[in-house]
Structures are given as structure tokens and as C-alpha cells.
Write a protein that binds this ligand. Sequence first.
Ligand SMILES: [Zn+2]
Length: 281
Amino acid sequence: MSWFKRTSAGIKTQRSQQNDIPEGQWVKCQGCSETITRRELERQLLVCSRCDYHFKMSPTGYFNLLFDGEYELFDENIISSDPLQFTDQKSYKDRLEATRKKTGLQDAAKAAVGEVGGYPISVSAMDFTFIGGSMGSVVGEIVARSIKRAYEKKIPALVITQSGGARMMEGALSLMQMAKTSAHLTKLSEAGLPFFVLLTNPTTGGVTASFAMLGDIHLAEPGALIGFAGPRVIRETMGQDLPEGFQTSEFLLEKGYIDRIVDRRKLKGELAHLLALFLSK
Ligand SMILES: [Zn+2]
């Protein structure tokens, strides 16, 4: 299966880009370079109180932030079977195992059902720390089941996106997740239930090209990179400079791609308000 072996070294994501909150008591803000204590940052929901830079938040962080109280987790034990036996310097199987060990996660998404402002909602959220939040068969399945759970329970769905795109190590199986999640969204729509998307930094590739852009309402965190191909790839391919602020939440709001930019500290209130607008009789 030499097709699935990569011989030359490709694009690698630096560790610092994968997780912008390094270990230790002090954290340097990527927005304003100010040093903040970890405790203060956590108190502010991982938002810099000086410049409003939004650090990445984990699915569990969002669940704790959004849900009124207790929530139920689903599909915690789905793991990839590595059907292509993909190898690139390190085998995909080994990389999965090492990443599971390091992050304590099974894959790059989690799903839960709980209440937001008294309204039940099925939520799935992605995690960039697990192989760049890439969407393989497990992430696709978790998101698809979360949407299915919504139309079966007759409740709305929310997906919180944070992804480098499709997981290349799963080849076409990864691309199939785009069709699968989109098909479930059609059923949700046919059931007359709203689908919300919260785009966080970064949302790119196959995730942008499927469920991330199929919401009834698109919210985005400030300053998030949202696009299909990254700006560097586009710049190098086109051979020309890109407009200022290209592919940021603010740029996309101006162009009509998204509905609203929401500060994380106001997210729960905004979502509860939207749910009330959509669902109150
Ligand atoms: Zn800052």
C-alpha cells in the first residue's frame, strides 16, 4: 500500500500552534503579549481581559460554560480502526495511541445533551489539541450522531467547530464524513429544528466545506480564522497579497458569511436568547 506512505516531509503544524496555552502558571497572550496568570485566564473563560484574545477552549470547557447544570455525554468510546494502515514517518496507529495518551481524549470531538437557558440542546464540539481537530471517521460519526440525537429527541443542535480540516490519514473515509453529517442536517431541517454553529479558531478545510457552513445561525468567536484553505496556501498559490483581515470572523461578518460575532463571556446568554426566539411558543 505504498500510496499511503508519504516519502517527503510535508507541512507540519508546530506544537505552539496546536495548543496556545503552554504549561505553567503564567501565560503569554498571543494577542497583546501581556503575561497573565493561568488562574486569571481561567476565570475569564480563557479570554485575555486586556485585548479580548480568545484562547482555544476544549469541548468540556464549552459544555461547562453553556449547560445550565448537569449534562449527559455520548459516544465517548468510538475509536478509529486505521483502515488504510497509513504511515508517514510514524504510523497513524502509533500517532493515535500517543495522542490519546497525551491528551486523555479518544479523538477530536465530544458530544453531550443538556439544557441551555432551560432549553434542551444536542451539542458536539471539536478539539484542536487532538491531531489539529482533524475530521476522520470518529469525529464525523460523533457529529453525525449528535445531529441524529437532536432530531430523534426533537431538540435543536449546536456544533462548535475547531479544525484543521479532513484527517488525511483516513483518506476518502475522512471526506465521506462531509456527506454523512450534511445528510443528517437535512433530516434535522426537515424536522423543523434549528441548527446553530459556533465557529472558533481555526475552522478550515472539510469542516468548513460541510456542517460548519450549513447552520441556520452562524456565530463566531472574535478573531477566529475561518476559511477553506489557509491564507498562506492561498497566498502562495495565487502569488498575490490577500486583503487585510482576510478569513477572520470580522471579515466574514462584513461579507455576510456569518450572522454574529459573540464574545465567549456572553455566549451562554446569546445562545439562550436565540433558543428562546426559535422555540418559545
Ligand atoms: Zn491579550
